[in-house]
Ligand binder design. Structure first.
Ligand code: UDP
Length: 414
């Protein structure tokens, strides 16, 4: 059987102070419609990265509303996840010629996972490219199947897309974050557009006191008397941590004493991260003002919460970004950002709220904006505050769950 992931139970009542009455009513109505359906989500990893983050909180709330929902993860050796990471990169536009042995590795592992898949669900949501062929290989049974794509597929590598397309075509509905991510070749499907959202009640996002923040910052190794800029991201070339180091080096010339915190998590399905981590270590070796830390060295939800809340500026230098939960997480804490103007980031920072959107290839401008924010506390407080309101209105997990349950209820009725 595919491994089950534990899900918490978060009662809807806990979210009521944060949402409108209409939203609460709609959540209850949708939960009523789906109460007797068995729902399954399948993805590649129980921790590390935005998808597992999203599933953890969205499914906890769904359980809290009495829904019968499970989360399972596929299995695979490193070789399989190396191939699927290449698929991921290619679907975000990287060149890749998809050699026969990679096709074979991908299909073989999916056959294995399809064999392990036990049915008995009414609605199955498959996340991202790793498990796409499960539907074809296992058979649909009586269920409705949804493919949820979390990545920026606006300029996909056509070879990989063509390879996956026959498997994708069997799904009853496809979900993307933004309309511009829907590849032309898939436009004739039933498509829903659903941006993710963050859980304001999770340890990553709940409120902390300034004293707690100061103590945790110091514990991790930051001098709390000096300014700090931070990027929190998987060590992934699309998040460009090496570029963040260059921006820091430029900004430090203008803001003496500046420190950089690069916090990264190592995900089960992302073997590429280890190589990048080694490069980062090489670049930062001997620089006492740069802190590199990961989930393997004690950076958990609470530490991420603190760095997003208490850093003077948070950077997200993504070159491609499906959504970037990290942005909503940071803005929710009222911290101003300098972020790459790409993928799902701009919808989280409309009209200059939250900070500055900059062409991520223009490192001089990014460094200038970082410096500007570091030198102007009033400005960054104002931008951060506006950012928090955008998140409250649009990017909380409750809105995400409404959108997703609406789609599932529609499919279940058909
Ligand atoms: N994250 C974390 N610790 C880290 C780095 C990232 O917990 O050291 C979390 C981060 O808080 C966010 C998720 O991983 O919830 C990343 O999601 P995002 O959508 O920003 O990017 P993805 O990794 O899915 O591309």
């Amino acid at each position: 059987m595919l491994n089950l992931v534990d899900i918490a139970t978060e009662p809807l009542e806990d979210y009521l102070p944060l949402i409108t009455r209409e939203q609460a009513d709609e959540l209850r109505e949708l939960a009523d419609k789906l109460r007797n359906r068995r729902i399954l989500h399948v993805n590649a990893t129980p921790y590390g990265g935005g998808v597992s983050e999203l599933l953890r909180s969205a499914l906890a709330l769904q359980r809290g509303m009495g829904l019968n929902v499970d989360w399972r993860v596929i299995s695979g050796e490193t070789r399989f996840f190396e191939v699927t990471k290449r698929f991921h990169n290619a679907l975000q536009g990287a060149p890749y010629d998809l050699p026969d042995e990679d096709r074979e590795t991908y299909l073989l592992q999916n056959h294995f996972n399809a064999h392990e898949f036990e049915h008995g669900y009414d609605l199955v949501v498959i996340h991202d490219p790793q498990p796409v062929p499960l539907l074809h290989m296992h058979g649909r049974g009586d269920a409705k199947w949804v493919w949820r794509c979390h990545i920026d597929t606006s300029e996909p590598n056509e070879t990989v897309l063509d390879f996956l397309k026959p498997y994708i075509d069997e799904y009853d509905a496809l979900v993307f974050t933004l309309d511009k991510f829907v590849p032309e070749k898939l436009r004739d499907h039933h498509i829903a557009l659903i941006p993710p959202g963050i859980d304001p009640l999770s340890p990553k996002n709940f409120d902390l006191t300034p004293e707690q923040c100061r103590r945790i910052m110091a514990w991790v190794g930051i001098d709390t008397e000096r300014p700090v800029m931070t990027q929190v991201s998987r060590f992934d070339p699309w998040k460009d941590p090496l570029g963040v180091i260059r921006i820091f080096q430029k900004a430090r010339k203008q803001v003496p004493g500046l420190q950089l915190a690069l916090l990264g998590s190592m995900a089960l399905d992302d073997p590429e991260a280890w190589d990048l981590m080694a490069e980062i270590r090489k670049e930062t070796d001997g620089d006492d003002d740069i802190l590199v830390a990961t989930n393997l060295t004690g950076i958990g939800n609470m530490e991420v919460n603190v760095f997003q809340r208490d850093s003077d500026v948070v950077v997200q230098k993504s070159i491609r970004e499906g959504f970037g939960l990290i942005v909503s997480e940071t803005l929710w804490k009222g911290t101003a950002m300098v972020a790459g103007n790409t993928g799902g980031i701009p919808i989280q920072m409309p009209h200059g709220t939250g900070g500055y959107l900059v062409d991520p290839h223009d490192e001089d401008s990014m460094a200038e904006r970082v410096t500007e924010l570091l030198n102007d506390r009033e400005l960054r407080t104002r931008l951060g505050k506006a950012g928090r309101e955008v998140v409250r209105e649009n990017f909380l997990i409750t809105r995400y769950v409404i959108d997703e349950l609406r789609l599932l209820a529609d499919l279940a009725e058909k």
